[in-house]
Design a protein around this ligand. Sequence first.
Ligand SMILES: NC(=O)c1ccc[n+]([C@@H]2O[C@H](COP(=O)([O-])OP(=O)(O)OC[C@H]3O[C@@H](n4cnc5c(N)ncnc54)[C@H](OP(=O)(O)O)[C@@H]3O)[C@@H](O)[C@H]2O)c1
Length: 258
Amino acid sequence: MGDKVIAYRRLFPDPGEVAITTLLQELREQPPPDGVRPHTLVNFIVSADGRAAYQGRSGALGDAGDHALFHGLREHADAVLAGTSTMRTERYGRILGDAERRHRRVQSGRRAEPLACVLTRSGDVPLDIPLFADTEASVVIFSGRQVDVGEARAQVDIVQLDPTEVTVTTALRRLRSDYGVRTLLCEGGPTLFGAMLHEGTVDELFLTVAPKLTGGGHGPTIVSGPELPELQPLSLRWVLERDGSLFLRYALDSTPAR
Ligand SMILES: NC(=O)c1ccc[n+]([C@@H]2O[C@H](COP(=O)([O-])OP(=O)(O)OC[C@H]3O[C@@H](n4cnc5c(N)ncnc54)[C@H](OP(=O)(O)O)[C@@H]3O)[C@@H](O)[C@H]2O)c1
């Protein structure tokens, strides 16, 4: 699906209509990171009552504006990271199926498909999801245990780490040094995001607030795990609106370069 017709109302800064293509161009114009890990973006959607899932999954919260941003961020990233539970529940497939987006990436000198990345302590990776059956997909698994990818048709690299080294910091450093990843998109879930915040490995948060209420239940918020020792301050980079959804982009202040 092309995304040229998707436009948002920018409320901050510079109010006015703005196309998704322009927003993504803004992302591309950022200087490349020079640190030891990739520039790391995290993208989540929440209901207006703060839940990151409804009936166990996030899909029902989104709409066309959210999908355009979700896929636009994927198009922008060199690699996409998700926790094993998110990959399992959301039934991940190949990261970028749309031919137009793949073509644009190749035209700008990048590989057509962002690398899909998984981090696991247990080694229990959901090998039955469509991602592993797709010959076009490239996946790297950082694991504290041995993983047998069996009959996977995707190209899969397994980076076996010492169990004490299975941290986001280690995975991100290896993505930068061994895979040349400069921009990483993390799509959650809450457990992985919690670990990333504790390790100080997040640069930006893209948060969509959907104009929907779950009404309660046990759906997670966007982050799980222990509280941070101090509040993490955020700086607002943009606020967009489309069909009642709010699209917030924050920079995390004072993230140490790890
Ligand atoms: N609204 C949204 O935008 C959004 C986005 C994503 C997910 N979700 C929802 O969130 C729910 C899943 O959340 P979740 O918190 O259970 O899952 P998650 O963060 O996707 O996955 C948790 C698993 O990832 C691995 N992991 C996470 N942090 C790790 C670390 N620091 N080191 C090593 N491995 C690590 C572990 O795998 P092992 O157990 O294999 O060791 C852990 O059990 C689903 O309902 C999904 O729909 C919503």
